[in-house]
Design a protein around this ligand. Structure first.
Ligand SMILES: [Zn+2]
Length: 189
């Protein structure tokens, strides 16, 4: 989910991201999920149950566009030996493949658990309009999924985190961003 943008372009993207999500959460209709919302969440929970049955992680997610499910997946971290194969990321990949796009504007994701920081980032980058979640991060922590720990890490300054994160060769790397910023025939996102 790395964003390959110049410092200026990254700033512009951040503003765009912020603008596109601005204040949507204030809308009161969001507090009244429809029967359809309940149906889609039940499907996400069903996928999670099925996943446990198959030996995968207890998480499921579906992505809906125009009232129809366009992707549905469960967590396949252990089955695929892929620590990034969370239900939401798997569903985003599937939805983007199905729609042949990297942008899921107009889509809603229903996930059986509050997204971890990785999935939340992926959902933002995908441009998904809305998230519904069932289990909370505290529910996940109670069965030993440490999403809350990562959320807590993000609030700490870089030099106080448990995972060392060390700046190196910034000047040498900046030329790539200048190259990107100046390139006129790029696919911006
Ligand atoms: Zn996740």
């Amino acid at each position: 989910m790395a964003a390959s943008t110049a410092p200026t372009a990254a700033g512009a993207n951040a503003v765009n991201l912020e603008q596109s999500f601005n204040n949507k959460n204030m809308s009161s209709e969001l507090n009244n999920p429809t029967q359809q919302d309940v149906h889609f969440m039940n499907e996400a929970i069903r996928l999670a149950d099925e996943s446990v049955e198959r030996g995968g992680g207890p998480f499921g997610a579906v992505i809906v566009k125009d009232g129809a499910i366009i992707a549905g997946s469960s967590n396949s971290v252990t089955l695929d030996n892929d620590p990034t194969a969370h239900a939401e990321v798997n569903a985003i990949r599937q939805a983007c493949r199905n729609l042949n796009t990297f942008c899921l504007k107009g889509c809603v994701i229903y996930t059986s658990c509050e997204p971890c920081p990785m999935c939340l980032g992926a959902i933002y980058w995908a441009g998904i309009d809305r998230i519904y979640f069932a289990n909370t991060r505290e529910d996940a922590a109670a069965v030993n999924f440490a999403d809350g720990f990562i959320y807590n890490e993000l609030e700490r300054p870089l030099n106080q985190r448990s995972l060392p994160i060390i700046p190196l060769l910034r000047d040498e790397a900046l030329h790539t961003f200048r190259y990107w910023a100046e390139k006129t025939d790029k696919t911006a996102y």
